[in-house]
Design a protein around this ligand. Structure first.
Ligand SMILES: [Zn+2]
Length: 228
């Protein structure tokens, strides 16, 4: 046999093995092929709808809960790989969010993780905990809660707001920086700045950016409130 024939036979054999792999064999295939690509993203969140809304604040009205959609999103992450996560958002805003994430991926704007706040890592005393999600540099949308500092419901309570890369894009009010220990440094990739393509596309779609709130900037926050 010539060398070429040997190579062709070896390739043919490899293909046969992949095609003949049993369902359990898919894992072997995933490990040996490149993971972290658009075709084989690293999965950061794969929750069922039931899991996503588990331990939701019982005060959340049913009509609000029923408007929420769980959206699968791909993004370029801080490790230079493509990841896939899940965002919970009002059904009317799904199209906007998909547009923003498509642009963020194209621009290679790193997004650390997109995991619903109901994930066990972000629970405290059995409830969804925004502080834990923020400290984790996580990106999330719907959460039936009041605004930071309290007093009224946040747009997150309606699924009409999203926080992105929370540790890189903190909320700042005087000496208070949330999450604690965070620092706003526009030089770090994943930080949102005025004029950044991700900020621009949100504004074009009619969203407000918390980074423009000069007295207490909330760099991570975008919202599109219902028109009164
Ligand atoms: Zn927010």
């Amino acid at each position: 046999m010539t060398l070429i024939t040997h190579i062709l036979r070896a390739v043919g054999l490899a293909c046969t093995l992949i095609l003949a792999a049993p369902p359990g064999g898919a894992l072997v295939y995933a490990q040996t092929s490149e993971v972290g690509t658009s075709k084989h993203p690293i999965i950061d969140s794969r929750m069922t709808d039931k899991e996503v809304f588990e331990a939701l604040d019982p005060k959340c009205p049913d009509d609000i809960r029923k408007r929420q959609k769980v959206v699968k999103l791909k993004y370029y992450s801080t490790d230079g790989k493509i990841h896939r996560g899940q965002l919970v958002i009002d059904k009317d805003l799904v199209k906007d969010i998909k547009k923003v994430f498509k642009l963020a991926l194209k621009e290679r704007f790193p997004i650390y993780s997109v995991i619903p706040v109901s994930d066990h890592r972000f629970r405290k005393d059995g409830r969804w905990d925004d502080d834990l999600s923020m400290a984790g540099n996580n990106t999330s949308g719907f959460n039936y809660r009041e605004i930071t500092g309290g007093g009224r419901l946040s747009n997150h309570a309606y699924g009409r707001a999203i926080d992105i890369n929370t540790f890189l894009n903190p909320y700042i009010k005087g000496d208070i920086v949330l999450p604690r220990g965070a620092k706003y440094d526009p030089g770090i990739a994943g930080t949102l700045t005025a004029g950044h393509p991700v900020v621009r596309v949100f504004l074009e779609l009619g969203w407000d950016w918390g980074g423009n709130w000069t007295s207490r900037p909330d760099y991570q926050h975008f919202e599109k409130p219902l028109k009164k």
